[in-house]
Every structure is written in C-alpha cells, then in structure tokens.
Design a protein around this ligand. Structure first.
Ligand code: KIV
Ligand code: ZN
Length: 514
C-alpha cells in the first residue's frame, strides 16, 4: 500500500534566513503561488512575530494561496502563538509550528532555562496552540545535540499536549545518515501516540539530503526542505533532490510517494533563484544547467542512442526541457501575452507594456526568442514592478583600453528625471557609480556574477549583483544581450530593493531566532 511522504517546504522561512536574502511581501506571494503549483503539502510562510514584514507576508499568503496548507513558526511564548495564529487564521488550512531549544548549549546560553522549564513551556505552548487548530508541529531545536532521554521526554510531552507532527531538527547539520536514521527510528519506537515524524536537516557537512533520506527509510513521513537547498548557513535539504531520490529509487523507498508535480521543479527553482538573487550552481543536482548536459563524446553518443545510458532522470519530468523557440520579431502583443500565460506568468498593465517593449527590443537584436529568454526578460518587470521607484531610461558608456571609462545614466524616479555621469575603472563600475550619484544612495558592490541565459552569439547575459549599504545587503538581477546594460539593470534592481528595505526598516523585535 502506498504511504504518503509529506513535503513541508520552508523556503520562505528557513530559506529566507540565508545570508543576504530579503524578500518583500509581493515576492513571497509569488514564490508561494509557485510552491502551490508545485503541489507541496505545506508552505511554511514565515515567522510572524519576528517582524511586521514577516507577519504581513504570512497573512497575505494565508489569504491568497490555495491548495497547500499554510504553516508559520512560533516560539513557545503564548503571545507569539497568538500572533502566529492572527497571521494564519484566514488560510484554507493552517498549521502552527512551535519550537524550543533542547540541547544543553542552547538551554544554557540562549534560553537560560532548565529541563523542567523547557518541559513546562512545551506543554503549555502546544496546549495553547490547540485552541486554534488541531494541526500542530513541534520541534526540539538542536535535537541532534540533545541528550536522548531529555529529547524523548520533551517529545512525549508535546504529543500528550496535542502535537500531531514531531519534527527532529538537525539544526547545525551535525547528523550522519546512519546515526540520524537510527535516531528517527528510536523516537518512533519510544514516543507513544498518534503523530507523524518529520526531518529538518541542515547541510553543514553536505549531508542534508542523505540524512533526510535516511530519516525517511527509518520511518519519517514528512521532510522539511527548501528549493535549491537554501537555508541558514550551508542551507537545508533541497526539495528537488529529496523528491527525485524517492521517485527514482522506489526499490529503496518502497510504496512511498509524494504529490509533487515534478515538471514544475525547474521553474520553481529558477523563480526562487531570481527573486532571492542566489544563482543556481551549474552542477547542482536536478536543477543545475549541467544536470542534463553531456560533455564527452562517449556520453553524447550513448545518450543519443538511448537517454538512459547516462541519465537517470528524464529532463522533461523535472521541467528541464530543451529551450523551445516561442516567438520572433513579428510576434504581436497578443501572441506575446498568450505565450506568457501558457508559461504560467500573469503579467498585466504597465508591467505587460514594459515587458512587451523590451521583448520587441530584444527581438531586434536576437533572431529567435526562447522560453528561457522570455522568462528572464519578463521576470524583471513583474511582481515588484509596482514598487520600483527607479527605472532606467538611458545608458551611455565609453570604454576600452584607451582613456578613462565613463558612463551616463538617465533614471526616472516616480516620474522625476535624474541624470548623472561618472568615471570608473571599467564601464560597469562607471555605470554603478553614475547610479549612486543619480540616486544619492551610496552602495558597495560585494558580489557580481554573469551567465548566459541561452547559448549562441546573440545570447542574453544575466547579471546578478549583491550590494551592501550600511547593514543592508541586497541583490539585484538584470538581463540584456549587452552585458554592461544587464549589469546596469541589475545594479538598479538592487538599488530599488535597497530603497524599499530602507523605507520599511523593520526592527526585528526578537533576538532569539530559529
Ligand atoms: O534548524 C532548526 O532547528 C529550525 C527549527 C525552527 C525547526 O529551523
Ligand atoms: Zn532550520
């Protein structure tokens, strides 16, 4: 008989805790909509008590995203749980996820609580949350460094008080597959009651996926995962890796199935990468651009004769199909918006006008426009468009090996025209400095990557920049067939995020985060 493996996606909560990621409400909503299309069982949308921004995002997702169950994180404090529920209450179905640290080091240095206090907090918080919903998850934080006897006592207290899912977080990525699997099995045999066991594995030793799989084999029926393996420090187990491992190896996971629409994996991965500014490593399993590329002649020959000679996953099954040519320079506005719709993009109003304008411009420079080209191009214009204060009107650069590189930019800020000229140690540097002058925002470039969206001489370049300003870190992305223009767009995209972050400067009002 088939047994369901529950996929609990925490990209918007733990994933957002990756250094340098800061998503606004519109961006979180867009990711949540796509996660629902991917058909994850749970979307952990945030940690409502952490900030007003987190609260707003959880509430918006709870109100607008259908299909998946919406979860949110809470400490054991009763007022945190009330706030968590306030954000969740309008969801079709909702889960409260409560955590408290149980390892000696966390209890001594962070909580300043003894065992009895942690047990009392556990009982009271779970019982309180049960007044709101009967879907309660409980996590003993830093479980893998918690003495076994105490962890079992806490877990039993949580189940007795009404928790329905027991999550075992390997908070610092300390687990080793066979050891972590044994832990899951032990909990299952020792803790009495009706509950689902879950894994939450961090990747500090590069073992998050392996540990999650060991957990499943030992009886876990929920896995907590992030798209592209995002998350605190080295990240969490990657959704795409765990889901595909279970699917590709039924001999190892007999009868265990997920409800994931795997064809949506690649698109979800690209969307998350784009909005977080975290590039996907080329050789990343399942979603990397090289995951289905064959370099050596022998491999190419084999794959042409029969795909399975060197591929264990069908690229189509994870949405990594070959780049299809979808539009050309004669395509009109109707064909353009229909194509976007078929690709799953809802673009309207000014964003559609801008995207169409840029498509026409691209079609003049590039013979064939593929899905990947379109996706890269329209992504700049959607979702955050309404909130973009600055947009690029003109860019003029002079560079080369003779003379000083200079750039002139003309930018519109809510209708006001700003113009500035600057020198730099290259054209991209000059353009960045001109933007700083025009906007009056002083920033430092701390990361820069460039890659091509598709192949060929007329390929679009995609640039991702990371900027720092005071204690803000933001990323931005831009595409164009001209790398200097792509860089300028990426720079301005990051400046827009920076000005939004500054405007809504959130005082994260708690210090002990998950
Ligand atoms: O890593 C961790 O311990 C967590 C918990 C809040 C589940 O993210
Ligand atoms: Zn975590």
């Amino acid at each position: 008989m088939d047994e369901k493996l529950v996929i609990f996606d925490t990209t918007l909560r733990d994933g957002e805790q990756s250094p340098g990621i800061s998503l606004d409400v519109a961006e979180k909503l867009e990711i949540a909509e796509q996660l629902a299309r991917l058909n994850v069982d749970y979307i952990e949308a945030g940690f409502p008590v952490a900030s007003q921004g987190d609260f707003d995002a959880v509430q918006a997702i709870a109100r607008q995203v259908h299909g998946s169950i919406i979860a949110a994180l809470s400490r054991t404090q009763l007022r945190d749980i009330d706030r968590c529920w306030e954000a969740l209450r309008d969801a079709e179905r909702a889960r409260i996820h409560i955590f408290i640290s149980t390892s000696p080091s966390h209890m001594e240095h962070m909580l300043k609580m003894d065992r009895q206090q942690v047990l009392t907090e556990t009982r009271n918080s779970v019982a309180h949350a049960r007044n709101y919903t009967d879907d309660i998850e409980f996590s003993p934080q830093d479980a893998t460094r918690t003495p076994l006897d105490f962890m079992l006592e806490v877990l039993q207290a949580a189940v007795t008080a009404g928790a329905t899912t027991l999550n075992i977080p390997d908070t610092v990525g300390y687990g080793i597959p066979w050891d972590f699997g044994a832990l899951i099995q032990y909990v299952k045999t020792q803790v009495k009651g009706d509950y689902v066991i879950s894994t939450h594995c961090h990747n500090d030793l590069g073992l998050a996926t392996a540990n999650s799989l060991a957990g499943i084999q030992a009886g876990a029926r929920q896995v907590e995962v992030c798209i592209n393996g995002l998350g605190e420090r080295a990240g969490n187990a990657a959704l795409e890796e765990v889901v595909m491992a279970v699917k590709i190896r039924p001999d190892q996971f007999p009868g265990i199935t997920t409800q994931i629409h795997t064809e949506e994996i690649a698109r979800t991965s690209r969307l998350v990468s784009r909005l977080t500014g975290y590039p996907i490593q080329y050789n990343k399993a399942v979603v990397g651009r090289n995951a289905f590329a064959h370099e050596s002649g022998i491999h190419q020959h084999g794959v042409l004769a029969d795909r399975e000679t060197y591929e264990i996953i069908d690229a189509q099954s994870v949405g990594q199909k070959g780049s299809q040519i979808v539009l050309g320079k004669h395509s009109g506005r109707h064909a353009f918006s229909e194509t976007l719709k078929n690709m799953g993009f809802e673009v309207h109003g000014e964003a559609l006008n801008q995207a169409f304008f840029r498509f026409k411009d691209l079609a003049d420079r590039k013979m064939e426009i593929t899905e990947a080209d379109l996706e890269a191009l329209v992504a700049d214009e959607i979702s955050t468009d309404a909130e973009n204060a600055y947009s690029l009107l003109e860019l003029e650069v002079v560079g080369g090996t003779v003379g000083t590189p200079t750039a002139r930019v003309v930018i519109s800020r809510d209708g006001e025209i700003l113009e500035a000229k600057a020198d730099g140690n290259g054209m991209i540097d000059a353009a960045g400095k001109a933007i700083q002058k025009a906007t009056g925002l002083s920033t430092k470039l701390i990361g820069f990557t460039v890659s091509s969206v598709t192949g060929g001489e007329d390929a679009q370049g995609e640039v991702v920049v990371q900027l720092e300003s005071g204690d803000f870190k933001v990323s931005g992305r831009g595409v164009s067939t001209d790398v200097v223009e792509a860089s300028t767009r990426a720079y301005l995209n990051a400046v827009n995020r920076l000005s939004r972050s500054m405007a809504r400067r959130e005082t994260r009002n708690i210090e002990v985060g998950p």
